[in-house]
Design a binder for this molecule. Structure first.
Ligand code: AMP
Length: 249
């Protein structure tokens, strides 16, 4: 079995996001970048499938600038076998990423493609679903458990008020939820080994994919800041404020 895993380079989840003064986007210069957390879970799941004999090859793919190779290297250091970097300096939308992943899937013929459920920078939650539609493959989104049996992927999804289990006939698309696993840290020997692993660099044009944007961002704004709180004297004052100032009772 061959597995593709999509890894995006995003602003690290610990960084406090700052909006650019001209409101066209958020500051990315001199900001710590990391692998999207849901993609770390995707890589970990792929490695576990390979370690327990369920898969022979795990390929990490990232679409983006030259630095996206660092994200691929992280996946290789965790345990992926090789990488594919689709190089572009353009801002790339989920539909374009889905088309690129489709083109790679047609060449590589994987049994499973694992993506994060969402990228924490754009919060789109679209790429996996679009990819499944483009390939016409079954999809299991927000997976919190995954087992493979013969050519069936059994997945559990957390839904409102319970769990849903799905059987997907492979090839299939899986997107990861937080509880699927806890990703490993790359050990120093594995970081060294990862330097020798191959990353193929291609362009969207090599894959004959048009990545021109379909969406225009009109404006990005900071959330409005919270007003300072007050300490009330007693319950009567609290009720009065809720009734007459907040007008919620
Ligand atoms: P999104 O639909 O943007 O929320 O992203 C969902 C998932 O698609 C991410 O968790 C990644 O697995 C994958 N993905 C999105 N953009 C990229 C990218 N530029 N390179 C590689 N994978 C991506």
């Amino acid at each position: 079995m061959k597995i593709l895993v999509a890894v995006k380079r995003v602003i690290d989840y610990n960084v406090k996001i700052r909006v650019k003064p001209d409101q066209t986007g958020v500051e990315t210069a001199n900001v710590k970048m990391s692998m999207n957390p849901f993609d770390e879970i995707a890589v970990e799941e792929g490695i576990r499938l390979r370690e327990n004999g369920g898969a022979e090859e795990l390929i990490a793919i990232s679409v983006g600038s030259k630095q996206a190779q660092e994200t691929i290297r992280t996946a290789l250091a965790m345990g992926a076998d090789r990488g594919i970097h689709v190089a572009t300096d353009e801002e790339i939308e989920p539909l374009a990423v889905a088309k690129i992943l489709k083109a790679i899937a047609v060449k590589e013929n994987p049994d499973l493609i694992i993506l994060g459920k969402q990228a924490i920078d754009d919060d789109s939650n679209q790429t996996g679903q679009m990819l499944a539609a483009l390939l016409d493959w079954p999809q299991g989104t927000f997976a919190s458990e995954l087992t493979i049996n013969e050519s069936i992927a059994h997945i559990t999804r957390e839904i409102d008020g319970g769990l849903e289990t799905l059987n997907l006939k492979m090839p299939a698309i899986i997107t990861t939820d937080l509880r699927l696993n806890t990703p490993r840290y790359a050990s120093l020997p594995n970081i060294m080994k990862a330097k020798k692993k191959t990353i193929d660099e291609i362009s969207p044009a090599d894959l004959e994919v048009d990545i021109s944007p379909r969406i225009t961002t009109l404006k990005v704004e900071e959330p409005s800041s919270r007003q300072a709180g007050v300490i009330v004297e007693d319950v009567a004052q609290l009720v009065d404020k809720l009734r007459n100032e907040a007008k919620v009772i």
